[in-house]
Design a protein around this ligand. Structure first.
Ligand SMILES: Nc1nc2c(ncn2[C@@H]2O[C@H](COP(=O)(O)OP(=O)(O)OP(=O)(O)O)[C@@H](O)[C@H]2O)c(=O)[nH]1
Ligand SMILES: [Mg+2]
Length: 216
């Protein structure tokens, strides 16, 4: 496992994002964005396990501090780089570009970038990804898409995670889905329990299709 520390932004984000995108031409890249604790790493662990032997996933882990998430991903046997932003609330394209230097891109089909847990700042930075995916967990409350619309507006897919906890919360799946669709009618919505595996198959099929589409 490799660790990259954030450096001061040297060049304009959008220019570096463009370079990352050119570099990743053959690969599919997903930028996972959510509040802290929505279940990004758990979803990723389960996704890596489910797609093993089918899609090779490499991971860029963004966290303010610690290498804990990268250790979890390495535990699944995936190539992973941890970026520690040391205070910054999001990843930027420079950080991702430096992280990519440490991954075996030639042997990868899908790169997943787990952004720093934050529902606001990460949405404002293009990293060179193909798809942004917003993850919302049912324990956060169903009002979050309406209150933090930017990430849902910019995303291609949304995962509603921790569906196993719906019976214990006031989360109204129908209302939240409707509110998300009002913000962005084109969003693919996946209702998942990363804990039980419910809904995981449909999400993995969507990823598999995106990888196939990019390669052809
Ligand atoms: N019940 C339940 N718990 C879950 C589910 N997914 C994740 N969790 C739990 O939620 C907590 C946070 O999960 P993580 O995967 O670390 O969340 P994260 O979004 O990666 O967190 P940060 O990287 O800190 O932003 C852990 O205790 C997980 O076990 C789920 O589907 N159901
Ligand atoms: Mg995490």
């Amino acid at each position: 496992m490799k660790v990259v520390m954030a450096q001061r932004i040297l060049r304009a984000n959008d220019q570096v994002a463009k370079e990352n995108r050119e570099r990743l031409q053959r690969l599919t890249t997903v930028n996972l964005i959510s509040s802290p604790g929505a279940g990004k790493t758990t979803l990723l662990e389960k996704t890596i396990a489910a797609l093993k032997g089918d899609v090779v996933i490499s991971v860029v882990e963004g966290d303010i501090y610690t290498t804990r998430d990268a250790e979890r991903i390495a535990g699944q046997g995936a190539d992973v780089v941890q970026v520690n932003t040391e205070g910054l609330c999001h990843l930027d394209a420079n950080m991702v570009g430096r992280a990519l230097d440490h991954l075996n891109l030639a042997g990868t089909d899908l790169i997943v970038i787990e952004n720093v847990g934050n529902l606001v700042c990460p949405a404002e930075f293009d990293l060179g990804e193909d798809y942004k995916v917003a993850v919302l967990s049912v324990t956060e409350g169903g009002d979050k898409p309406a209150k933090y619309p930017l990430v849902f507006r910019q995303s291609h897919a949304a995962v509603i995670n921790k569906s196993d906890l719906i019976p214990y919360t006031d989360f109204d799946l129908e209302t939240v889905t409707r509110e998300i669709m009002t913000i962005n009618p084109d969003l693919e919505i996946f209702v998942i329990s990363a804990r039980t595996g419910e809904g995981l198959e449909k999400w993995c099929a969507w990823l598999r299709d995106r990888v196939r589409e990019k390669k052809n």
